[in-house]
Design a protein around this ligand. Sequence first.
Ligand code: HEM
Length: 509
Amino acid sequence: MDQNRAETAAAGTPRMGMSIGATLLLTTAVTLLIYLIKSWKKKEPRNLPPGPRPVPLLGNIFQVNLTELHKDLVKLSEKYGPVYMFQVVNLKTLIVVGYDTVKEALVDCGDAFNDRGIIEIFSVLFGDHGIVMSNGERWKAMRRFSLMTMRNLGMGKRNVEMRIQEEAQFLRERFMQIQDTSFNPTYILGLAVSNVICSVVFGERYDYEDKNFLKLLSYNREIFKRLNTFAGQLLGMFPRLMTCLPGPHQKILSNNVKLKKFVKEMIKEHKDTFDESCPRDLIDFFLLKIQEEKNNSETEFREENLVGTVIDLFFAGTESTTMTLRYSLLILLKHPEVQEKLQEEIDRVVGQNRFPSADDRAQMPYTDAVIHEIQRFADIFPIGLTRAAQEDTTLHGYHIPKGMMMVPMLTSVLKDTNHFKNPDEFDPGHFLDENGGFKKSEAFMVFSAGKRMCMGMSLARMEIFLFITTLLQKFTLKPTVDKELIDIRPVPNTNGSQPYDYEMFAVPR
Ligand code: HEM
């Protein structure tokens, strides 16, 4: 518009001025609306998986029972398919169900789901330091370092095997001391399992009466136990709000503070006695790495990551293995015929005059099958650990945008009817071929799968094998009630598939 015409227009009647203004306003509003619709359409990715309709602010949490989440999440897949979206509060999460799709996500998609994402409750409790909750370069550096150090310290080789054998011996002695009385084995099993991790991380095992050791275990156990309650679930969903409110969940937070304090004191003791020419354990190797990289401003070898890694190994390695052993003994009490066959195999392959060793496993297909079946049946991490998409990717034909959280439903793999004929029964036949040999199953995803699967798998498998065989070599486990009354199903209203508490006798053979 030239200057004159513009001036004429501006000098027109007020009525005319208003209509031009209104037109301009309207045009601007319509343009803005079109722009917003276009950009909204552009941002909302197409071809996302289906899922139940969320309600504002809360998402889909009222469509499931929070204390048995895994069952309802599997059930929802009957309606929405093996890959669907579920919204927790305001966080859209991908739920992946069944062997084929979980394998596609964790293995076939390569690194696509290697991130852990940000889980608020764990950020509040542990931050994103260490291995379990870290992402990207930090995760790679911490995982690589820990695996290498554990290997240097002998994990997977004779050294760690000897430590486990030694601990199994202490466990056996403890069983022997209480042979005439019935007892709940949870506590003693926890001591033995924790001691194996302690000797890797802290370089020493503790006496079963050591006060410091018992304190450390109680912090750990309290956190694990209480996270699994309703108050724990609420803390998980609204961590920032709940940390400010009173209630039983406060015990989780206070125990977490104590756990961190304990680890920091341990690190300080290591620093005071550190000799770089002779690193004793994982903490010393980390301190050495901090020293080596002190001039690298980008390094991940900093004290927060040391604290995080130690807590991760302790937390991840203790409760999981203890829970599995607790479940194992309960199942053997319920099935004395299985226990008898295990003892026959132990007597034939190992005899009574030496300790079972990791190498014996290859000659013990029945024992191997029973342990696999115990782990499959116990299903202790039914919803696995969340992952997140590292990049835009495609899963089961759907578009998955970078950053979206993903839950691999391990329970649906371990109970997949295409792989296990009696998924809800305890049946060692799931891992035996027709000649009684051990039969592998691709669907044995107790430790998850792919590049971010459990880091302690070989340690855990060795512990479970050696503890069970060392105990059964010398004891027969007897229940305190009729075996028909023993319930081996998980306690209802728990998310972590816990066995019922029980007492038993360990009768010397
Ligand atoms: C029966 C015993 C155990 C079971 C069933 C188990 C299971 C699992 C599962 C399902 C995950 C999640 C993997 C994923 O992201 O998909 C995991 C992660 C992990 N586990 Fe275990 N675990 C056991 C014992 C151990 C032990 C003894 C250690 C100690 C060395 C350990 C250390 C870890 C660590 C550090 C991670 C995180 C790995 C990462 O984020 O890269 N676990 N475990």
